[in-house]
Design a protein around this ligand. Structure first.
Ligand SMILES: [Zn+2]
Length: 331
């Protein structure tokens, strides 16, 4: 496609060759490209000049070239900083949700850990409102193990894949059923909450607590398998985005009862209602309260509580805001 190939050889310049070369300049591009409009051909700059280099990609017919992972029409300068882990190549074909849908999701990009999503940067809420529900993979700003009470995780921000607390202990240490792990720093408050619930006649049980990045991959995939990708996004976090990876988050249910999501509304059961009313006193906050989808981007989960310490939990409870909204302000 090099335009220089139609120029006459040196030392054979005459009137006829010049005419032939001029004709070739006008005709050959049409033969080669087939769709170049006359106006575009007339406006072509001199081959070999800077103007030609700049103009040639637009003037040439489109070339089919696979887009690199994460390239979704987002200018490089506006993309978020790449996460610390490299992005594996997407393993499934790109499916794009129509633009008119409420949620914009690039399935392949969103499913690839470490890849950028469809938008260039986290969008703050308008006029002080809640942040938008975008699906990105931005490493959350405060992801040190000591920053557990200000680490923001949502559909935008995520933890590095290697984030794993070193002080995990079994939930049996808090007087609850064992087999699940939480950070040692919260055991005293968890024990106090479990004890208070028991005293109130609504003993609690743990269904899930710490989940590693790899475990969350399995969990999310299972939800995708059961209800499809878009439904999974509403009820489960993509790997790295789950508060369970912090080691400070639990899914609770009634002792001796079923999984909480098997109830019509576990929050309306005696144990669920007790948790909603009292968990903040022990440092726990319901991350996804009823009717908060527009603010949290997840469906109502009365069983999912995150430990933020008594002071912050009390402040969030008093504010009427969700933890996500508060932690966005602390970024
Ligand atoms: Zn949960």
């Amino acid at each position: 496609m090099a335009r220089g190939s139609v120029a006459p050889p040196r030392g054979r310049r005459g009137f006829a060759p010049v005419l032939l070369a001029a004709a070739a300049l006008l005709i050959l591009p049409r033969l080669a490209g087939g769709a170049l409009p006359a106006s575009a051909a007339a406006a072509e700059p001199t081959p070999g000049t800077d103007a030609a280099l700049r103009a040639s990609p637009r003037a040439r017919p489109p070339q089919v070239r696979p887009a690199p992972a994460g390239a979704s029409g987002v200018a490089a300068a506006t993309r978020p900083a790449p996460p610390s882990t490299p992005a594996p190549a997407p393993t499934r074909p790109v499916q794009r949700v129509p633009a008119a849908r409420a949620i914009t999701i690039d399935v392949a990009v969103a499913a690839a850990p470490g890849a950028a999503g469809t938008r260039g940067a986290p969008r703050a809420g308008l006029a002080g409102g809640p942040p938008a529900c975008d699906y990105l993979d931005v490493t959350t700003p405060h992801h040190g193990l000591g920053q557990w009470n200000r680490t923001l995780l949502d559909t935008v921000y995520r933890l590095p894949s290697g984030y794993a607390p070193g002080d995990l202990v079994d939930t049996a240490a808090a007087g609850l059923n064992g087999g699940h792990a939480v950070r040692g720093l919260m055991v005293a408050d968890l024990r106090a909450m479990a004890s208070a619930a028991r005293d109130a006649g609504v003993p609690l049980a743990v269904v899930s607590a710490y989940r590693s990045f790899a475990r969350q991959e399995t969990t999310f995939r299972r939800w995708v398998g059961s209800g499809g990708y878009e439904a999974a996004l509403r009820t489960s976090a993509r790997p790295g985005h789950s508060e369970h990876q912090l080691g400070t988050t639990l899914d609770l249910t009634s002792a001796g009862g079923a999984d909480p999501w098997a109830y019509g509304d576990w929050g309306a059961t005696p144990a669920g209602a007790w948790v909603a009313r009292n968990s903040w006193r022990y440092g726990f906050v319901i991350s996804y309260p009823r009717g908060s989808f527009a603010r949290t981007c997840y469906s109502y989960e009365p069983w999912h509580v995150r430990y933020l310490g008594r002071e912050r939990a009390a402040a969030i409870h008093a504010s009427g805001l969700t933890p996500r909204e508060v932690l966005w302000r602390l970024r």
